[in-house]
Design a protein around this ligand. Sequence first.
Ligand code: GLA
Length: 390
Amino acid sequence: MGPQRVREGFVELYGAEPEGVWAAPGRVNLIGEHTDYNDGFVMPFALPHVTVAALARRTDGLLRLHSADIDDGAGKPVELRVEELTPESGDGWTAYPAGVVWALRAAGHAVTGADVHLASTVPAGAGLSSSAALEVVVALALNDLFELGLRGWQLARLCQRAENIYVGAPTGIMDQTASACCEAGHALFLDTRDLSQRQIPFDLVSQGMRLLVVDTRVKHAHSDGEYGKRRAGCEKGAALLGVDALRDIPYDELDAALGRLGDEAEVRRLVRHIVTENHRVERVVSLLRAGDARAIGPVLTEGHISLRDDFRISCPELDLVVDTANASGALGARMTGGGFGGSAIVLAEEAGVPSLTKAIEDAFAAAGFTAPRVFEAVPSAGARRLSRAA
Ligand code: GLA
């Protein structure tokens, strides 16, 4: 849904013009999975799919939230009072924007209420960060309207607090930073320890390649326990190895570290994934800097195998995408995002896209899986203001 339609929806709902319209994108992660809560490296880029929000300030403490995508039929916004927002009191989709208002206020920012109407083209539950897009668009709009002067990475931190504490999902910082800070034509090389960032040119189209996203339609959720178990296992590994975070285990000391973990078989697998995955991010960055984007394909596939066998967060649908793609001429493929469903990415020569897409669709049909949704991902802009008051 376009910004004009969202503005009109706001006027219909609230009977006045919004003060502006903002957009924040979903993301795919090129490489660096589950490294973000281990102080490690990630490399996401923004999708063209966005959540668009129209907002106006209020000074009476009322927060009114409405989504064109999740209308209960009554056509009325959900009404909350900002001073009554408390962690984990939130419910459903409104917990994300309400959590952002809570996090801003908890950090001392005088957000006195708002009217919000939004709509999203980011597929929900597909591992493409629809939640982060929702948080970041609201955070950016409030930052502008209340003149808070916060930078993209600071907004990302507050959105992560909203998700961790208010919504109750123990996620890392990658998705919110990607939505807030990515730039068109680039992937974001982010060090999640200090949030230092480098924009790495990532233009596959001019080099005759494409990156396909395959949404398996298997819904995933991060608050359902498995994500938290992996996180706890990684923290146990860091504690057993006497480091602040698994980021502190250098790749060339991995074997020695695994040796020190003795018979902690599960922790050993988690540690091996994180340490090798950080190394894969660094390899991908070097290859892209050297202008050798084709060579990242095998690194992506290695990442998938590590997520499947060591981190154990893949599923039959994701494995089928990767195996079919690689057997049908892809340069490489892997699951992306939190796992247990969601989406995979496939790096392909432009000429191979039609046959690869068909091979994946046919394989899903033959396996009796729901038809996947396949689209090309072009690295797009991060969160931004689209318009001011009319
Ligand atoms: C989800 C989380 C992120 C990150 C990824 C896995 O998307 O929100 O913080 O941990 O999973 O890389």
